[in-house]
Design a protein around this ligand. Structure first.
Ligand code: ZN
Ligand code: ZN
Length: 186
């Protein structure tokens, strides 16, 4: 009902889930422009290049996160160099603005805002790298993978699924159902 009212002013409330801890959020999204174009007005072209490289490395990592040193080294690949301190300040701003988050292991992943607002961007730009969760069918960067069929699942989705199964766990993927063995993604 709220979305019907705020639709005409190009706003929409979207539901999002933080991938690492499964917390639910509501994100107030602007539908008039893409998140990338809005980011471009908040950050300099150089910072945007760094942000896109960060997203690329997180998406291509396989486990949905990269180390902070690896993130810092991305500054070497920019057309116009950014100093390490400037880069650190930029990463802090991204974290404050909820685009990225520091995980408990110190690695950097995409926060719920990116998961919700950059969903289409990531699907469009990295179709060969992304996997959708086999249970909820949403973009899945951080999760676990079946060692038999390779299907990927959010931790929260597989936990909910397995909690309903007996002690003999099988893969949630309907075409697989092999005894559950999990690939540890590094
Ligand atoms: Zn899922
Ligand atoms: Zn499987």
């Amino acid at each position: 009902m709220v979305n019907q009212r705020i639709g005409p002013v190009n706003l929409e409330i979207r539901k999002g889930v933080e991938e690492d801890d499964g917390h639910h959020y509501y994100v107030l999204a602007n539908t008039a422009e893409t998140a990338i174009s809005r980011l471009s007005t908040a950050y300099s072209p150089n910072e945007m290049e760094l942000f896109k490289k960060l997203v690329e490395n997180i998406v291509e990592s396989g486990d949905g996160k990269i180390g902070s040193l690896a993130a810092m080294n991305l500054t070497d690949k920019l057309e116009k160099r950014i100093g390490k301190e400037e880069a650190q300040n930029f990463f802090n701003r991204l974290e404050d603005d909820r685009w990225i988050k520091k995980n408990s292991d110190g690695k950097i992943s995409l926060s719920v805002r990116s998961i919700v607002e950059l969903d289409q961007y990531i699907k469009d730009v990295y179709p060969d790298y992304i996997k959708l969760c086999s249970l909820c069918k949403k973009l899945c960067l951080q999760g676990c993978q079946c060692e038999n069929c390779g299907a990927k699942f959010h931790f929260r989705c597989s936990n909910a699924f397995f909690s309903k199964q007996g002690p003999n766990k099988t893969c949630p993927e309907s075409n697989c159902r092999a005894p559950w063995g999990q690939v540890v993604i590094r």
